[in-house]
Design a protein around this ligand. Structure first.
Ligand SMILES: Cc1cc2nc3c(=O)[nH]c(=O)nc-3n(C[C@H](O)[C@H](O)[C@H](O)COP(=O)(O)O)c2cc1C
Length: 187
């Protein structure tokens, strides 16, 4: 994850398009493809995003670095698309009962699409970061950009040419080892 960007270098249009096309090749349960992506590139649109998702006057180093990103892709999951898809004849869950779902596949699949964007950015020599939108800002985000209520922002991918940045303090935790998390044959 990259949290500092060169504000003078926009994401080339062909890179942006490849990133989005790759995202649409993410796997999805029942091939539901219940997602939507809000792409923000102009200074006006990006400024509006940051103004509705942060407090006025808030300017910590995270926000300073991230708000320089020339492109943001807000990733939305659409639960209804899954409930509709699984009510079709080949699935047959016509009662749209949510308890059948082991986990919210709409959020999982949209996350997989976001990962493909992150990987495409790296392949293209750019940097990217996935970050969340705090729940208290979600109504204002929807309202600012005309997003229907049924679409839930599961996170945002910032993209741009990277500048040197400070590593996240979270990395001090170290990467967990295979021995700790992988169970062969029996837990
Ligand atoms: C679901 C999710 C939410 C995240 N939220 C944030 C965030 O709000 N802010 C941020 O700076 N990084 C966020 N990250 C990035 C993680 O901090 C980062 O992936 C982790 O520290 C490992 O670093 P690496 O991806 O550079 O290896 C998020 C990652 C995931 C998968």
């Amino acid at each position: 994850m990259v949290r500092a960007y060169d504000p003078a270098r926009p994401v080339p249009a062909d890179v942006r398009d490849r990133l989005l096309v790759n995202a649409l090749h993410a796997p999805s349960a029942g091939f539901s493809q219940g997602w939507g992506f809000l792409v923000l590139e102009s200074a006006e649109h990006r400024g509006l995003f940051w103004s509705v998702t942060s407090e006025p006057g808030e300017a910590d180093s995270w926000l300073t670095g991230m708000s320089a990103a020339p492109m943001l892709v807000v990733c939305f999951s659409h639960k209804d698309a899954y409930l509709d898809r699984y009510a079709e004849a080949d699935k047959g869950w016509t009662d749209r009962e949510e308890s059948r779902w082991p986990v919210p596949y709409w959020d999982i699949d949209t996350g997989m699409a976001a990962l493909l964007m992150l990987q495409t950015a790296v392949d293209e020599g750019l940097g990217a970061c996935f970050f969340g939108v705090p729940p208290e800002y979600i109504p204002a985000l929807r309202s600012a950009f005309g997003v229907p209520e049924a679409f839930c922002p599961i996170g945002v991918v910032s993209v741009g040419y990277r500048l040197p940045d400070a590593l996240s303090l979270s990395l001090r935790r170290g990467r967990r080892g295979l021995d700790e998390v992988v169970h062969h044959g029996r837990w």
